[in-house]
Structure formats: C-alpha cells, structure tokens
Design a protein around this ligand. Structure first.
Ligand SMILES: Cc1cc2nc3c(=O)[nH]c(=O)nc-3n(C[C@H](O)[C@H](O)[C@H](O)COP(=O)(O)OP(=O)(O)OC[C@H]3O[C@@H](n4cnc5c(N)ncnc54)[C@H](O)[C@@H]3O)c2cc1C
Length: 386
C-alpha cells in the first residue's frame, strides 16, 4: 500500500474515501461492464456525488476545487481498481472541464461548469483520422458567415463525447491561415444538440471497454462567435497546454494500474505453491515484484511533485511527459509481470491480471504516444534543430 509520505490530512481522507468507493462500488461491476462494453451512468453519477467530476472546478461554479495532487490521487485510486472508470474521471477533468476552466470566459463558465461538476460530461475534440500525433494537421474547418461560424469535419476517439449525459465538446478547427503560412486553429465550444452535429459511440476497444469513446461528425454546424474558447487562433496552444496537464492524469492511471497489478501478483505469489513452496520464494518471481515496487516508490513522489509544479503554474511540458512516459511503461511492466506470475490463470478473464494487461496499453498511446513523449523530452533538452 502507498505510504502517507508528504500527504496532508485532507489528501489522505480523500484517498481513503475514493479507495473505498472503488473497491466497494466499482470493483464487482467492472468486469461485467467491460465484458458487455457498457458505460455505467450509475457509477459515473456515484463518482460525481463524491465530487470527482468537479474535481478541478472552483467552488463558485459548484466544483470541489481540489488541489492537483488530490485530484491525481483520486484518479490513481480508481485506476488501481478499473481503467475504464479512471478514464471517465481523468478525461472529464483534465481534458473536458480543464480548458473551460483555464480559457473560458465568465459566461461560458457559468453556463457549463455547474452542470459538469454534478454529473454531465464534456469531451475534448482534438484527434482526427488524419491528425493524431500530428495534431496540427487538423482538417476540420470553421468558416465565418456573418456573426456565425460554420463547422465541417470529423473527430475520432473522443472520450466521454457520446453519452446521454454529455453536454458537448471543445473542438479544434481550422479558421484560416496564419501569417507564417501555417493553419490558424481555434477552439470552439459545440453542444451535442447543435443541428448538424452527430456523435457515434465507438465499439470494439481492446481496453477501457466501459469507458465512452465517440466519433464526432460536423455537417454545416453553426455556432456563434461566443462559442469561441479564448481567442481566435489560440486553439492549438490551448490544446497543447491542456495535454501538458492531461498527461499527469494518464501518469496517475499508470501508477494506479501498476499498484493494483502489483498488489494482485504479490498476494497471489505468496499463496500459490509449486514444488512445495510459495512461488514468491523463487528469485525469478521475487525480482519482478522488487522491480515494480521500485518503480512505484520512485515515480509516485515525482508525479506528485510535478502536480505541485502545475499548481504553481510552472511550465511542466518536459516533466509531464516524463511522468506520463515512465508511469505508463511501469504499468506495462507491472501488468506483464502480473500475468506471468499467475501463469495460465493470468490469461483467464476470471482473474484481474488479464484486464490490467489490456487496460495498460492505451496509456502508452493516448494523449501522445510514448514516441511522442520521448520527442517532447528530447526537444526540451535542445536535441532537435526545430
Ligand atoms: C480509447 C481512446 C481514447 C482517446 N481519447 C481521446 C480524446 O478524448 N480526445 C482526443 O482528442 N483524442 C483521444 N484519443 C486519441 C489519441 O490521443 C491518439 O490515438 C494518439 O494521439 C495517437 O494518434 P494516432 O492514433 O492517430 O496514431 P498515429 O499518430 O498515426 O501514430 C502511429 C504510430 O506512429 C508513431 N509516430 C507518429 N509520429 C511519429 C514521429 N514523429 N516520430 C516517431 N513515431 C511517430 C506513433 O508513436 C505511433 O506508434 C483517444 C484514443 C483512444 C484509443
């Protein structure tokens, strides 16, 4: 179990409360929801009732106004039990409400944040079929027509965007060409019931099967000038700043998943006997647990430290990438070892190892793949000439 080092009383209380909810409410439903590929409105509302959907929203808009470490601890605790529900909370806060809180004007905040703190969801529409790692290659367009904008295009893989509780998404669109010849990109707030805007739930995911992932289609969707988030032309900058912080929640998901897989294999290895002895007594197995424990012990304080940097509004581009990369690779290692320690049982759905193994994979892909994280870190080191 993680120690209480450097956590204050409120953070420990929050961690214990979320852990209880995850263990008592999410755990026994998670496998069936995963199997059926079903999003749970009931559990999502349960997490909202705990204040987790409004984790970063200021109190004046009905949120819990948690500090960043507390929010990250909550994500970690849910991901320790189930990746899908960890994803719902992480994406809603870091990617959904995050840009509205940071870049929204007073009118936009008043309109959306109270609902998003209490059970409604919001999507982050960056990725397109031709714009994943190369997110600047956005093809969706928004053309000015009087005091309106007409949006055409599509988005793919947008978390929380296609549920009955989703109010809308922040959508990046090309609004022109900048002086330097590059696309001028702007973020728009688009509500799910806007005419011409359709959301289609995606099915067939290997992992996070109980989390909602949507494709978004825009056919002559008209929004007013007032739907622009922040300033025209600032969209790409806003998206990148959002991802810097978002990567901390992916890191938290990695840490939580690694912790869950670690506890599961440690317990199993002490109970399972071969050749008359618990398998934990064989060095080949014990070293796997030692390696994962070392990763957990080293990465948790680092992640919390970067959260404190975010709280102080320091630049965390490099540190966020390091945390995301390291914790997602730790989750990969932990889940892999967990399956190996369980032998044949590790491959069976009845045991938790199998789901940990599937769920970890997204962490090395979403919000910037591991290759992109290495590029971000190397760029911060001045390795590239661009
Ligand atoms: C379940 C799920 C939820 C998601 N949620 C959201 C969401 O809420 N909002 C959103 O906007 N997006 C979301 N995404 C999209 C996700 O962020 C992208 O899938 C991811 O950024 C990778 O883009 P891509 O899939 O197009 O892969 P590609 O960009 O096509 O990359 C393919 C491979 O090439 C590698 N590669 C690409 N460029 C380089 C390079 N320059 N150097 C070295 N290697 C490179 C990549 O690392 C990767 O291994 C989600 C995805 C999934 C699967």
């Amino acid at each position: 179990m993680p120690l209480n080092r450097n956590l204050n009383e409120d953070q420990i209380l929050l961690r214990d409360t979320v852990r209880k909810f995850a263990e008592e409410e999410i755990y026994h439903k998670a496998k069936e929801l995963d199997e059926k590929e079903e999003f749970s409105y009931e559990l999502t509302q349960g997490m909202a009732d705990l204040g987790l959907l409004g984790a970063l929203i200021p109190e004046e808009y009905g949120g819990s106004a948690l500090d960043y470490v507390s929010y990250i601890i909550a994500v970690e605790e849910i991901a320790r039990i189930d990746g899908s529900h960890g994803a719902t909370v992480a994406a809603h806060n870091s990617l959904g409400t995050g840009p509205l809180i940071t870049f929204g004007n007073e009118e936009q905040k008043k309109k959306y944040l109270p609902k998003l703190a209490t059970g409604n969801l919001w999507g982050f529409g960056l990725t397109e079929p031709e714009a994943g790692s190369d997110a600047g290659n956005t093809q969706t367009t928004a053309e000015k027509d009087g005091d309106e904008w007409v949006i055409n295009g599509s988005k793919i893989f947008i978390t929380n965007s296609a549920t009955d509780k989703t109010l809308g998404s922040t959508v990046l669109a090309k609004t022109g060409t900048s002086a330097n010849g590059k696309s001028e990109l702007t973020c728009f707030i688009v509500e799910n019931d806007a005419r011409g805007f359709t959301q289609k739930e995606m099915h067939g995911k290997m992992m996070w099967r109980a989390s909602n992932t949507g494709e978004l289609y825009f056919e002559d969707v008209r929004v007013k000038d007032s739907a622009i988030l922040g300033k025209r032309g600032d969209g790409f900058k806003q998206m990148l700043a959002t991802l810097d912080k978002g990567r901390l929640s992916i890191a938290a998901m990695g840490l939580g998943l690694a912790q869950g897989a670690f506890e599961y294999m440690l317990k199993y290895s002490k109970e399972r006997k071969t050749f008359g002895k618990p398998i934990s007594t064989y060095q080949a197995n014990a070293f796997k647990m030692a390696d994962v424990e070392m990763g957990l012990e080293l990465s948790r304080p680092y992640l919390y430290d970067v959260c404190r940097m975010a709280e102080e509004k320091l630049n965390i581009t490099k540190e966020g990438a390091i945390a995301k990369l390291y914790c997602s690779e730790l989750a990969h290692t932990a889940a892999n070892h967990c399956v190996q320690i369980l032998g044949g049982y590790g491959l069976m759905k009845e045991y938790d190892a199998e789901k940990y193994y599937r769920d970890q994979k997204l962490l090395e892909i979403g919000e910037g793949t591991s290759e992109i994280q290495r590029i971000v870190i190397a760029r911060a080191l001045g390795c590239f000439d661009y």
